[in-house]
Design a protein around this ligand. Structure first.
Ligand code: FMN
Ligand code: ADP
Length: 302
């Protein structure tokens, strides 16, 4: 695991990969791999350089659908083979500077040896800074800039936006191909209406901020992790239409072979299969029969 002290002094002479890196998906990991390879060759530090929060949280909070929480993103970056992760504080004052000021503030005090970026990178006020700006600044200050074409899958670039669209449609296995790992839901278990147990299947209600639920409505299978233990799980995403008005849970999970209480626990679920859309059943009996059949499917296939 890399150093997570986020000390900007670590940029001095380092070979950096620079980006937001939501999802830390395959194209991100390729880019970071390029930086790590050059760092090893030059015997310099390899640094993943990012922001502490996703810029979209500041500028597009309304339509935000992140692939990862910021904590998970920083942890995943630390796990890519770099020596350190450096996160700039993403404030409007810092990120909203004209490109020239941004580069001076970001890199002026501790000039990196090289910066690896995606060729479409934008930064600074109104995202007006481009790779060409970085190259000009780099030429003056002794910082190489390597702009990479994004890794492609099935003829088009892998991007966080593309993965978000797949997830919104419930296409978890296509999303997994691009992410390089299953999509993960992270949340805390909160009390629900207390009716699940009577229906024959307890469900842990997960509190997940809408911005952190990129997955579309539907019923899924996956692996839930709690306190280092893994359980197979049947998961519903979206407010139950049968109980709409009486529940606001956006994610519920039944953990197979778990007994006990989960209230307050941090739960993560790696979602591996789409089972079916959410259904507005006419009767609760029909709902119970269908969910029990979904749970049986998970028992058999996972
Ligand atoms: C695997 C699974 C699938 C579900 N599918 C549906 C569904 O298709 N339609 C629906 O209205 N609710 C669905 N639910 C939600 C259940 O109705 C809900 O878990 C139940 O009402 C218990 O709620 P409570 O925990 O708040 O008491 C599903 C729940 C799970 C765990
Ligand atoms: N196998 C299980 N899967 C999920 N939650 C379980 C399981 N066994 C026990 N629980 C506990 O039961 C709670 C859910 O019970 P439930 O009757 O559905 O009420 P609630 O309305 O609080 O969701 C969970 O939050 C968890 O603490």
């Amino acid at each position: 695991m890399a150093d997570e002290t986020f000390d900007v002094a670590r940029l001095e002479g380092a070979v950096c990969a620079f980006g937001v890196f939501d999802g830390v998906h395959r194209a991100h990991r390729f880019l970071i791999g390029q930086a790590v390879a050059q760092a090893r060759e030059l015997e310099k530090h390899a640094v993943a350089l990012t922001f502490d929060i996703d810029p979209d949280e500041v500028f597009h909070a309304d339509r935000l659908r992140k692939l990862m929480t910021n904590d998970d993103r920083l942890r995943a970056l630390a796990d890519t083979g770099v020596d350190a992760v450096v996160a700039f504080p993403f404030t409007e004052a810092f990120a909203g500077q004209p490109p020239a000021d941004f580069m001076q503030r970001a890199f002026g005090a501790h000039v990196p040896r090289a910066l690896h970026v995606g060729h479409g990178l934008r930064f600074g006020a109104r995202a007006s800074g481009t790779v060409a700006d970085l190259e000009r600044w780099g030429a003056v200050h002794g910082m190489e800039v390597h702009a990479h074409t994004l890794v492609q899958a099935e003829g088009s670039p892998i991007s966080a936006t593309r993965i978000r669209l797949l997830l919104q449609e419930g296409k978890v296995s296509e999303a997994r191909d691009l992410l390089g790992r299953p999509y993960r839901i992270v949340g805390r278990v909160v009390p629900g209406r207390g009716e699940g147990a009577q229906m024959g299947f307890s469900t842990a209600n997960l509190s997940v901020p809408p911005a952190c639920l990129a997955l579309g409505e539907g019923v899924y299978a996956g692996y839930a992790r709690i306190d280092g233990e893994t359980y197979r799980a049947a998961v519903s995403v979206g407010v139950s239409p049968v109980f709409s008005g009486r529940t606001d849970a956006v994610c519920e999970a039944h953990l197979l072979d778990f007994q006990g209480t989960l209230y307050g626990a941090a739960l993560s679920i790696d979602v591996t299969h789409f089972l079916r859309p959410m259904i507005k059943f006419d009767t609760v009996d029909e709902l119970i029969r269908t969910v029990l059949a979904n749970i049986a499917w998970v028992r058999q296939h996972l």
